[in-house]
Design a protein around this ligand. Structure first.
Ligand code: BGC
Length: 274
């Protein structure tokens, strides 16, 4: 599971209870959301704040938004950020739904400079996965679990015996001759005004393909649509257990905060890889 080395530096006390606070920020295709998180309990400590994702979502524009969020909470402590991209050592390596100018940029360093805080950066689906595995629908699940976040794109997080295999990017596998997320993501339901059953057929085809390759014990479906699971879950025929995410829209924020502890504890890899 998350072998999280909690640094003593970030432990404060509230009454008799230890509180480890990290500002979690989830950068999505349409909104950037943040809130201080109690990482021991997986709970937001304050009401979350949302800012529209700037278009185009360039490094400059998104850095300004992250700085505004930190200012909103008057934040001086650690920050964990989730981004819709492959992340290696704080550096973005892909940019499917944000500006391609992000590729090769060290987001952790950039956000750190703009906020004056220590910042870690992780893939958004991996963040949601951490949160669900620790506090949500994946709690105590020891087998192979795939968390799929359905939104502007499809993000995936794959856990085996509680351990994350990072940056899986299974939203981009080929389905019906195209990039799966451009056909089955939740965005398509709205853009093409699909009925719930029609969109559910697409999602089902996607899950069948994933199932044929990975045979997971459990699928956890996240993203905004997880709140409306009653509209489509019963229409799925994939032969695996499928449940909605329990932390719903907060999973990215909570997971980004959890990942701060995890990522900052890891040694840096070779710079040449960037
Ligand atoms: C990106 C992933 C991300 C997912 C959900 C995809 O387009 O490639 O990195 O996790 O969208 O935001």
């Amino acid at each position: 599971m998350l072998a999280v080395p909690y640094p003593r530096l970030h432990i404060t006390t509230s009454g008799t209870r230890r509180v480890i606070k990290v500002l979690g920020i989830d950068i999505g295709g349409s909104g950037v959301k943040g809130a201080p998180v109690d990482t021991l309990r997986g709970k937001l400590i304050e009401e979350r704040h949302r800012i529209e994702t700037p278009q185009p979502a360039t490094p400059q524009a998104l850095t300004r938004v992250v700085a505004r969020l930190a200012k909103h909470f008057d934040w001086k402590g650690p920050i964990g950020c989730a981004v819709p991209a492959v992340v290696k050592d704080g550096c973005l390596r892909t940019a499917a739904n944000i500006s391609p100018n992000w590729i090769g940029v060290d987001a952790a360093e950039r956000f750190g400079r703009a906020t004056g805080c220590r910042v870690s950066v992780i893939n958004d689906a991996d963040a949601a996965g951490y949160a669900e595995m620790r506090f949500g629908a994946g709690r105590r699940q020891r087998g192979l679990v795939i968390i799929a976040t359905l939104g502007t794109g499809i993000g995936t997080a794959l856990f085996i015996r509680g351990h994350l295999v990072p940056n899986t990017e299974l939203g981009h596998i080929t389905l019906r001759g195209r990039d799966a997320e451009t056909w089955a993501a939740a965005r398509l339901r709205e853009e093409e005004s699909l009925s719930w059953p029609r969109w559910a057929r697409r999602l089902d085809a996607y899950l069948h393909l994933m199932h044929a390759y990975f045979w997971p014990d459990l699928f956890i479906l996240g993203g905004g649509v997880s709140k409306k699971a009653d509209k489509f879950l019963h229409l799925l025929t994939v032969p695996a257990l499928v449940v909605p995410a329990r932390l719903q829209n907060d999973a990215g924020i909570i997971g980004a905060a959890l990942a701060y502890e995890h990522e900052r504890g890891r040694p840096k890899r070779r710079k040449a890889l960037r």
